[in-house]
Design a protein around this ligand. Structure first.
Ligand code: F6R
Length: 614
């Protein structure tokens, strides 16, 4: 969480910092602040959004300067107020710092500094770090780079930092451990960002810092990269980014979330590009091809992930066990990392993550690695830490997802997971050819089929009008639709703040049915395959107790239509394809309810896009 930006060069820095911070607001929006240097140090910070920070700049004089750093915060240590906002400044007023991450041992570092007479204004761990750097710099009489290096050697935790010393105002020091940091390389200028979005419009040449790396960016001497552990200089690897700038703009939609929902046909096409060339040709996922021996001999596959990615993993359990016949386990990364799971050689661990930066998933990866598992990562963000920490893997290629609530990334994850299950199952000879052909044809057509579901958006918007006063929702699904029910409930609660729970439909009678009355809307996925009649019975049970039913049904359904208050049709399809389609109306329903309630769709309260803290 938290986003950091920076610039050192010859351009006016103010606009670069402000527009950059706005692009990173998805990482946190509790407060924002900037440091600009123009003969003297100017720090401005504000509780709230970047727009609140902007309103503090009434004087154009303050916007001058061509070196600066900025921060948008997702609060961890200390309340989201002005004092706890970054940049933090050392006691002498000379050194300023922006930080994304958590310094876990800040208490002990702080007590040593307190004894030395340091004074702290904020409750943050970051203010401890900037003063530790200052203390080392002054006692050892060394430069900022060396002092930062020694300070980081004492730090336990995670960080992406940018540090500036106004006594040597031609240099910014950056370093990374656990939290992401990208450096944009221009002509005699450098940009800093938690991801490349703040500098994509200026340069596509990017250096992703690896863990334990530090970059000393000097206006005159250029960039020097150091390995903090080995204390040695390394050659920077400059990547040419292929990101499209339009991807990070709203493109005429009111919200990124809506844009991303409507982008799903294209995103899934991108997921399949080069992999599913035609239903008659073999699936081509090079990392599976190269490591097929691992899948052939696997005793077990364990998925580790969080939130929406965990729901995708849960659906993968159904897909993999059905089509590959290898036992699958799905774990919350946050639980997995703190218990003592049995992992044997021959187990494949598959972390699934949109951002590729989720702290719990990363920690679980490290643990699985130590226990000898083979790690196959599924990530969306290219070059992310999870992509680099795994043995091999595959990108979802959903494109940049800016809306905090995940939509297109999830659809791409589940489409890719089904493609993988088909590929591995076919190679192992565990799927009947006729079945394989049927599913693969429908999967290849899914971008088009999703378009037809999206064309029902007006109908879904009309339904949403009737539920703006609801304070609870239940989502039900059986089999392949159970993970979709969980995901539907999560989407609604995240963006509309309406309490919602997802259950397997048959679990209703074991407790949740007590909640049903005329005030309880129940969204139930009732498409026409194997469990259809059992779901119809569940609908009757709800109806008998006065619950209000919104049902997702297969086109042409007549039975459920007689029972439900509202129905939304999806095309007839194989039961393995149906969850991918059924999820789309649930995304739209959440979106329209939240929008009509006036909620902040793209930046829901208390959330951040990339959860890089525990
Ligand atoms: C919900 C959502 C979160 C993320 C979770 C994991 O809409 O986006 O639940 O799915 O924080 O994030 P990633 O997939 O980046 O590891």
């Amino acid at each position: 969480m938290c986003g950091i930006v920076g610039y050192i060069g010859n351009k006016p820095v103010y606009d670069i910092l402000i527009t950059g911070l706005k692009k990173l607001e998805y990482r946190g929006y509790d407060s924002a602040g900037v440091m600009i240097y123009d003969k003297s140090l100017l720090i401005k910070k504000s509780k709230g959004k970047v727009a609140d920070l902007e309103s503090l700049f009434v004087n154009d004089q303050d916007k001058k300067g061509s070196i600066g750093m900025g921060h948008t915060r997702w609060a961890t240590h200390g309340a989201p107020n002005q004092i706890n906002s970054h940049p933090h400044v050392s006691n002498s007023g000379e050194i300023s710092l922006v930080h994304n991450g958590i310094i876990e041992n800040y208490h002990s570092l702080k007590s040593v500094l307190l004894k030395k007479g340091y004074v702290f204004k904020s409750d943050t761990d970051s203010e401890v770090l900037v003063n530790l750097i200052e203390d080392i710099k002054k006692t050892k009489k060394i430069k900022l780079g060396k002092a930062t290096y020694f300070a980081l050697k004492q730090v336990v935790g995670a960080y992406a930092i940018a540090v500036f010393d106004s006594t040597n105002p031609t240099e910014i020091i950056t370093a990374k451990l656990g939290s992401p940091l990208a450096i944009g390389v221009g002509e005699s200028e450098y940009y800093i960002g938690s991801d490349p979005s703040p500098f994509l419009e200026f340069t596509k040449r990017c250096i992703y810092l690896n863990d334990n790396e530090m970059a000393i960016i000097n206006l005159k001497k250029g960039l020097t990269l150091r390995d903090i552990k080995k204390d040695s200089i390394i050659d920077p690897f400059i990547e040419e980014l292929k990101h499209d700038i339009e991807e990070v703009e709203k493109g005429g939609y009111d919200h990124f979330m809506l844009k991303e929902i409507f982008e799903q046909p294209k995103s899934i096409k991108d997921t399949f590009r080069g992999r599913l060339l035609s239903p008659s040709l073999p699936i081509k996922i090079s990392s599976i091809e190269m490591h097929f021996d691992k899948f052939r001999s696997a005793n077990r596959i364990i998925f580790i992930s969080c939130g929406t990615s965990w729901h995708a993993s849960l659906l993968a359990e159904y897909y993999f066990e059905e089509l590959i016949r290898i036992p699958v386990k799905v774990e919350y990364a946050s639980e997995f990392r703190y218990r003592n799971p049995v992992i044997n050689k021959g187990d494949i661990v598959i972390p699934v993550s949109q951002s590729g930066e989720t702290a719990d998933t990363l920690a679980a990866i490290k643990m699985a690695k130590e226990k000898g598992a083979f790690l196959y990562g599924i990530c969306n963000v290219v070059g992310s830490t999870i992509a680099r920490e795994t043995d091999t893997g595959v990108y979802t290629h959903a494109g940049s997802e800016i809306g905090v609530a995940s939509t297109k990334a999830f659809s791409c994850q589940i489409s890719l997971l089904l493609l993988m299950a088909l590929d591995i199952g076919k190679r192992l000879g565990r799927i009947e050819e006729i079945r394989y052909q049927k599913i693969i044809k429908e999967l290849a057509a899914i971008p088009k089929t999703i378009e037809s579901v999206l064309s029902k958006s007006k109908h879904i918007e009309d339904i949403s009008e009737n539920f703006l006063e609801a304070s609870n929702f239940i989502y039900l699904g059986r089999g392949y639709h159970f993970p979709i029910a969980l995901e539907g409930a999560l989407k609604l609660k995240e963006i509309s703040y309406i309490h919602a729970e997802g259950y397997p439909a048959a679990e209703m009678k074991h407790g949740p049915i007590a909640l049903i009355d005329k005030y309880m809307p129940v969204v139930i996925i009732a498409t026409n395959k194997s469990n259809y009649h059992k779901v119809v019975s569940n609908i009757m049970e709800i109806k008998a107790r006065g619950g209000r039913i919104i049902a997702i049904v297969s086109s042409g359904d007549t039975e459920v239509k007689k029972l439900a208050e509202y129905t939304i049709e999806i095309p007839n399809c194989d039961e393995l394809i149906a969850p991918i389609l059924a999820n789309i109306p649930l995304q739209l329903l959440s979106y329209y309810i939240a929008n009509k309630k006036g909620c902040n769709i793209d930046q829901p309260r208390n959330l951040a896009k990339s959860v890089t803290v525990e």
